[in-house]
Design a protein around this ligand. Structure first.
Ligand SMILES: Cc1cc2nc3c(=O)[nH]c(=O)nc-3n(C[C@H](O)[C@H](O)[C@H](O)COP(=O)(O)OP(=O)(O)OC[C@H]3O[C@@H](n4cnc5c(N)ncnc54)[C@H](O)[C@@H]3O)c2cc1C
Length: 500
């Protein structure tokens, strides 16, 4: 075992052993726990979570207006009906998760403030050994398990991504990243510039507009927004008919998925028509005098990035009211009093908010070692984007980027439970994905196809991610509609899973 810390630092009194350890207690970790509890009833497990509370993304982000941009029928679990509006605030999502944990007695399995630093696999012992910092201590606790289920998300929670802006040090006011929002930030009556054009900027601007002297969304290039009422008419009708919540949830799920499939298909088959439709809504709310061509007409194909949803068209309405505005330009530099733009114009600001995205975190920044060799994750091939070649007994929940994340977390949770039960039936304690002879010459393709989805955080760090191939089970299509058939039917004896 290649242990990096000094033995004197390890508190052997605290060694704890489980069948399965789940890293992370966000939406995916709680879903994994629910599945283990129900479909692998004999397995002991715990969730190790480095924050002091559950919810992951919905605990980390505390900026004004923070909300989902997916509907909660698909972003919620298939085992717990959603009864609020389709788009939900972080607070509502946390209450939903809390209630789901309460109803299923999951909370007792979570160890909060447990930061997993290192994971070491031993084939001799068929066991993972985890070095875990508890409450920030360097005196690591040692946890062991047979199977490691990584539910740590995809980005670094501690800090967001801020590009280097020339002259940033000269700016007199606060520069804030939404991921680390200061609780005491006072923006009442202030001039605020939000840099960015994604879902976060689109949430912040209408949420803050009323209180600010003025708020400006400064974007390099436009994004597609889907503006619609935060209401599902079918759900309203079913509720009036006194249909049980479970049924409504499942019907709404299917309806949303069918609608999204249609939109995705149209984005490939008739992108111009779809583009016109989306832009038409912006034009209708913003009026003829507003320059929609300049500010809300993107150059890329609709759906190549997650389509940001505007509940009740709130961003457009804030701009229409005059409380907010949008500027499409490039930043030259920050000045003492604002931002100088490449066009020569300047934007005055008391506060600058950089809604500029995330930093990818590869496997939760945990250092992996397999039988004495440090793991370079980019050497691995993704096995259906769930398991990874050469890494025994480890699964990672990387959800959908276009469809709700949770739809893939559900499929993976079922798959992992099926795999664990299959291993028990075979009476083996180890499974490792390996390329077959016929897979050896596969082309090395990026983990997520940039033609299909090109978000900045992915593009910046794709080289650190595993690769995919050109045939199953080495394909990670990011397509719910094919995976919903393929993953449940996946052959666990296809020669790519080696059991020992
Ligand atoms: C503002 C925002 C809005 C979003 N809205 C949507 C949406 O509407 N729809 C959608 O589908 N997706 C959305 N996403 C993507 C979102 O991250 C996922 O959908 C989902 O919440 C991820 O859940 P998760 O449990 O997999 O990971 P996370 O929510 O990232 O939770 C992972 C947890 O693991 C912990 N962790 C990480 N590393 C370690 C470690 N080494 N040791 C211990 N614990 C660790 C983290 O602190 C965190 O608490 C959004 C993302 C953001 C940032």
């Amino acid at each position: 075992m290649n242990v990096a810390i000094k033995s004197s630092q390890v508190n052997n009194q605290d060694i704890l052993n489980f069948d399965v350890l789940i890293v992370g207690a966000g939406i995916s970790g709680i879903n994994a726990a629910y599945h283990l509890q129900n479909f692998c009833k004999e397995k002991s497990f715990a969730l190790l979570e480095n924050q002091e509370s559950f919810g992951g993304t919905w605990h980390t982000h505390k900026y004004p207006g923070i909300r989902s941009d997916s509907d909660l029928y698909t972003f919620g679990y298939n085992w717990k009906p959603w009864s609020g509006t389709p788009i939900a605030t972080a607070g509502e999502i946390l209450s939903y998760l809390d209630e789901g944990m309460e109803q299923n007695d999951i909370r007792k399995h979570i160890r909060f403030s447990h930061d997993v630093k290192r994971a070491t696999w031993s084939t001799t012992d068929k066991c993972w050994t985890l070095q875990v910092s508890v409450n920030g201590s360097d005196d690591f606790q040692i946890y062991t398990c047979n199977f490691l289920w990584m539910c740590q998300g995809y980005y670094r929670h501690g800090s967001g991504y801020t590009p280097e802006f020339k002259g940033a040090e000269n700016f007199n006011g606060p520069i804030v990243h939404p991921q680390t929002w200061p609780e005491d930030l006072d923006y009442k009556g202030k001039k605020v510039v939000v840099i960015g054009s994604g879902a976060t900027a689109a949430t912040l601007v209408p949420a803050m507009a009323e209180d600010c002297a003025h708020i400006t969304m400064l974007q390099r290039s436009p994004t597609y927004f889907a503006a619609a009422p935060n209401r599902n008419d079918l759900v309203e009708t079913l509720r009036k008919l006194d249909i049980p919540d479970e049924w409504i949830h499942e019907i709404a799920r299917r309806q949303v998925l069918a609608d999204q499939q249609k939109t995705t298909r149209r984005s490939f088959e008739e992108p111009e028509a779809l583009k016109e439709e989306l832009i038409g809504i912006a034009k209708k709310i913003l009026g003829n005098e507003f320059d929609v061509d300049k500010h809300f007409t993107p150059k890329y194909r609709p759906w190549r990035q997650r389509l940001a949803f505007l509940p009740d068209g709130d961003l457009f309405k804030a701009i229409k009211s005059g409380e907010a505005s949008v500027v499409t330009d490039q930043i030259d530099s920050f000045t003492e009093t604002g931002i100088k733009l490449k066009s020569g114009e300047t934007l005055e600001a008391d506060i600058i908010i950089t809604a500029t995205g995330f930093n990818m975190s590869v496997l939760g920044d945990v250092k992996f070692n397999i039988d004495g060799t440090d793991l370079d994750f980019s050497d691995c091939w993704a096995h259906r984007g769930i398991l990874f070649s050469g890494i025994p007994n480890m699964a990672w929940v990387f959800g959908y980027l276009r469809t709700s994340w949770t739809m893939r977390s559900d499929l993976i949770s079922d798959f992992v439970c099926r795999l664990l039960n299959h291993m028990d039936e075979k009476d083996v304690a180890m499974v490792t994905p390996r390329l077959r002879d016929e897979d050896q010459s596969m082309p090395e393709l990026p983990f997520v196809d940039p033609e299909n989805f090109n978000a900045g955080y992915l593009t910046r760090d794709m080289h650190k991610m595993p690769k995919q191939g050109d045939r199953q089970p080495w394909i990670f299509s990011q397509d719910y509609y094919s995976e919903k058939e393929e993953i449940p039917a996946a052959d666990l004896e296809d020669g790519t899973l080696i059991y020992e």
